[in-house]
Each structure stands twice: as C-alpha cells, then as structure tokens.
Write a protein that binds this ligand. Sequence first.
Ligand SMILES: NC(=O)c1ccc[n+]([C@@H]2O[C@H](COP(=O)([O-])OP(=O)(O)OC[C@H]3O[C@@H](n4cnc5c(N)ncnc54)[C@H](OP(=O)(O)O)[C@@H]3O)[C@@H](O)[C@H]2O)c1
Length: 337
Amino acid sequence: MSKPLCFTTAPSFIDAPAGAEPAVADLELCVLRGVGAGQPWPEDRAGQVEIFFCSTPPPNLAAFTALRWLQIESAGFSHLFPLKLGARGITVTNARGVFDCPIAEWNVAMMVNLVRDLRTMIRNQDQGIWDRSPKFSGELRGRTVGLWGYGGIGRETARLAKTLGMKVHVLTRSGRKSRADSTFVPGTGDLEGVLPDRYFDENEKAAFLRELDFLILALPLTAATEGVVGEQELRTLPKGAYLLNPARGPIVQQEALLAVLRDGHLGGAALDTHYHYPMPADHPLWRFPHVILTPHISGTTFSPHFREGLLRIFRENAQRYVAGRPLLNVIAPTDLQ
Ligand SMILES: NC(=O)c1ccc[n+]([C@@H]2O[C@H](COP(=O)([O-])OP(=O)(O)OC[C@H]3O[C@@H](n4cnc5c(N)ncnc54)[C@H](OP(=O)(O)O)[C@@H]3O)[C@@H](O)[C@H]2O)c1
C-alpha cells in the first residue's frame, strides 16, 4: 500500500541537508525547499497530497483536492480563517505545548519589569541618573495575576506565578482540567487545574477583572474573542493594573487600550502581539513610557526546543494519522471560522 503523501516547508526538514531530513515513519515526505511564504506550491502531485506541515498553506490550496490534515507550526490559527478549512473537512492541528515554557517565562519577565519600572531605570542609566524612587522596588509576591484562558500557556504561567508567591485567578471557558488531547512538556503546567486560587466563568468577567494586579491574555484569537477586551473590561481592572498580551493583538480593542494608557488607568502593559506586522515606527504604542513592546518573540521559535517539540508533535500525529487514531492538538472547526 502506498504511504500518505505529505508536503512540508517546516524548518525541521528544510534546514536539514537534502537526504538527511529527520525520519518520520509511514509517510512519504516531500520537502519543499526554496518556496517562500505566500508563494504557490508545486502542483505536479497535487491530487495525491493528503497532508501539509507548514506555517501557512499555499495560495493555490484549491489544487490540493485530496488534502485531509494540516499541521501548523504555530499555536495561533487566525491566519487560517479566510481558508474556511473547517467547512472543507480538513483536520487542522497546531503546535500548542511547544510555546508554553518560553511564553510563561516572558510573562514572568514582563511582570517583574513592569512592577519595578525597569524601563525607566534603563533610561536613567543611559543618562547617568541616580534615582532610588520607591517605584523601582515593586514585588510580585502577594500580587494577583489573572489568566484569561487556561490552556498550555496559562497553566505554565500559573505554575511559575505560584512559585513566586502570587495569587492566581483564572477565567476559563471549559473548566479546570486540561484538554486530554493537548501536548505539553512533562513536568510543566497544571494538568489537573489544582493551582489557581479562584476560578471564574465567562459570566463572572467583572468579578474576575476587579481583583487583578496583572491581566494576562492566554486565549486564542477567534470570532468569539476578537475585541473581547474593550474599554469596559480594561476600566474594570483596578487603577494601576498591568496588561500582558502574548496572545494576539486584536483580542484587545486598540482604541480602548490607547485610551486607558493615555489617561493612566493602566499602570502599564507588555505587548508581544500587535495590530500591524511590523508595527509602524510612528504607531502611538511605541511612545508610552510605561509600555513594553516586544516583536512577537515571546514564543522563541529560534530555540532548539522549538524544533524538537514541533517534530515530536508531528511524528506522534503522523503515527496516529496512519493508524486512523484521533490526532493531538486538533483545533475545533467552530474556532476556525
Ligand atoms: N506570542 C507568541 O509567540 C505566541 C505563541 C504561542 C501562542 N500564542 C497565542 O496564545 C494563544 C494561547 O496559546 P495556548 O498554547 O495556551 O493555547 P491552548 O492550549 O489551546 O489554550 C487556549 C485556552 O484558551 C481558552 N479559550 C478559547 N476560547 C476562549 C474564550 N472565548 N474564552 C475563554 N477562554 C477561551 C481555551 O479553552 P478551551 O479549552 O475551552 O478550548 C484554552 O483553555 C494561542 O492561541 C496564540 O494566539 C502566541
């Protein structure tokens, strides 16, 4: 019997010398080197291709009539919405789990930076200014961090926050236990959901927000979450609270964010995900002294752990695909619209 054919532009394969690609049993892999993002993929065997492993499917997707499974290299999937893959019966799996640890570390780093106003201290250093203001001595211990979304990133952030003596509050859509089909790094996270001090559901949003020192967004951008954080939500946070967004920019309404930064309701923000890629140099968010902007690097895709982790997910899913077993990290078709 012939093996299912997979086309891939995944770095784990294209960065390996030709002929020395990492082995994946039971699939016929066709590694597409030299095909840039957004370029059409070769169509000579299009009708036989069952699987893509890539960041973004090619613009000539319609030619690949036999496509059944798409494995993407990111956890976020909003770039797939225009393709209507759920409606086409194509199973989509993502890379959730690979990013949990670096993003949880980014979250902790940003909370420390914000609460100690490290940005001002660095500006002072550049100008030789000796300033021992109390605002540089903030601590995390005893503060409350709210995680909106309690998947892989939320759970590993909770684990680190608890070791720092923080209180952890969680707003979840579907309860305490981790989804059984998600991948994660052993020894990290909070599979059973035992770490948070309090849980809130979607009807308790105001109660959740009212008690937070830090709000961290750890949910995907979907039709249901776009703009879900508006001025009302931001103003329900206590004055001086901080917002961290390693998830996706448009979950927060841009004008609302600018308004609460301008009038000082927010104590500051750390934003890794944005409204424009790249962020234009004249965008007002660059100018706030209490905002840290990072260029979508919290997930550190350059780390060797990233490639190993991604390949592990792909291998496991390939074995499952061939055996006809359910895949891991499936994105619900309803979230893909
Ligand atoms: N900056 C970066 O480099 C980077 C890297 C990785 C990920 N991200 C972003 O971070 C997001 C989260 O990643 P993850 O790996 O933690 O994903 P995940 O494991 O799938 O967790 C997402 C969590 O959000 C919850 N959720 C979904 N819709 C919700 C809603 N309407 N209200 C409340 N909770 C909701 C999910 O609940 P259910 O269990 O009910 O589905 C799940 O618990 C990704 O989607 C991506 O956008 C960014």
